[in-house]
Ligand binder design. Sequence first.
Ligand code: NAD
Length: 530
Amino acid sequence: MTATLEPTTTSVRPAWVTDAKLASWNRWVSAPVSGGEEPLTATAPYDAQPTAPVPSCTADDVAATVVRARAAQSSWAGLTVAARAEVLLRFHDLLLERQDEVIDLVQWEMGKARYHAWMEILQVANLTRHYARRAAAYLADRPVRGAMPLLTKVREVRVPRGVVGIVSPWNYPLYLGVGDAVPALLAGCSVVSKADPQTPLTMLWTRALMGEAGLPAHVWDVVAGPGAEVGTALVESADYVCFTGSTATGRIVSEAAARRLVGASLELGGKNPLLVRADADLDKAAAGTVDAVFTNTGQMCIHIERVIVHESVYAAFRDKLVAATRALAVGQSFDFSCQVGSLASAAQLEKVAAHVEDAVAKGATVLCGGRARPDLGPYVYEPTVLEGVTDDMDLCLGETFGPVVALHRVSSDDEAVALANQGSYGLSASIFSRDTRTAQALARRIRAGSVNINDGAALAAGSVEAGMGGMGDSGLGRRHGAQGIQRFTETQTIALSRMGPVGPPPGMALETFVRLGNSQLKALRRLGSR
Ligand code: NAD
């Protein structure tokens, strides 16, 4: 029996989201074979009311979906990269045309400010265009020198891995929902994505749009359901796993993939530091910090949670940061009037509040914010700046994932680097300094996958030609750039002999062949050959 779905009408449901539209998106959930699962219904952060039910899959549904995706993959991979890129460029154009729809959905499901929802459009458009134009070069055969120069021809070619299973979280439902699917599809893989239970409608809208752009059936399928069941089933059946989420879940996923000997890339959590050197332009540093801390209501893996300030400018910087934080327009609206939106859920609010309460109880000082604002929305929390945070506090080195930042005072660059490298994460970092040469040298000493100089947090991640990912507990592998697409392929070496099997020609004694071989080795050494 398939569960019946009856969308609810809520006060913040966008008016254009009709029951007919919801039903049409729900058809993109890979058809349950077993049926009978309770539909998923998330809670809209703006009013704490249900959004709309989405069919839920079982582990068997996931396995059947992967089989269908595997069957669809070979004809997709048989197209030229240029033909695949045409579909993705049509998707790019449709996304720009229809962006208001998905921005509404992102806000409805996740509660962020509209500007931050638009940033997902910006990022997806940039990376789709980039990969559509560059995929052929990233995937091109690589001729290499053969074992016997001139007599052999050897090249490395890239073979799509097959079905890529993508698990992504709720915080960037559009960007993380489709951003890894784009390079995987261009690489000739098919994709099965698990929609996050908080934000499935955004994923389904996006899949429907890809259908309009001409993506064939089952080349990208969507499964939905609880992470522990549906996510696990996907990790147990895909040919490659692309996971974005917490470090705790990432470890489980990584272990399961390793057991099956399939590859996995893991984009995990962070506790990202921003350094303000003594010579920094403090106005720019404060503006950059506000942006880096409060973008996406602090629910961004690369957002800044620790600011490490040279003592000579500490007081001046702190005052500017606090003034700029207090000036932020906080709240929830479907227009651009709010600069900081709601948190995504009651669980997020609870975690953020608990981190601040723990810090205050252990002696930290709240410079601004530090409280929930139920008058503005059920899960709204004020942008918060703290000082006096010490190692024994949960928020010191544990990821808060909310609009909260701690200030730390240091007396030298060495101390700043040591503090930045504290803890087990290594996702992103930032440095503000007028001396960009010294800042670049410092960047190399910070254990982080990206370092932004004189920008808050997003410059490196927005530079989609460069790899993005984490060191340490922040993950394995890179998205974006060459690595971001090549991870979806395996290399195959094709070696051709122009003289038949390599070895002594008929009639030549082995000893003679060895002597000739030794002469050749010496000659290659003299000629400086590789
Ligand atoms: P989470 O790990 O709880 O969930 C992530 C996804 O995994 C969800 O869709 C969930 O349903 C699914 N899942 C849960 N259990 C699973 C299992 N056993 N097997 C497979 N999938 C499973 O993370 P979250 O709290 O929803 O997301 C926030 C976290 O994601 C933060 O730590 C944040 O830093 C991180 N994140 C990292 C990046 C990055 O690029 N490094 C980007 C965004 C978010």
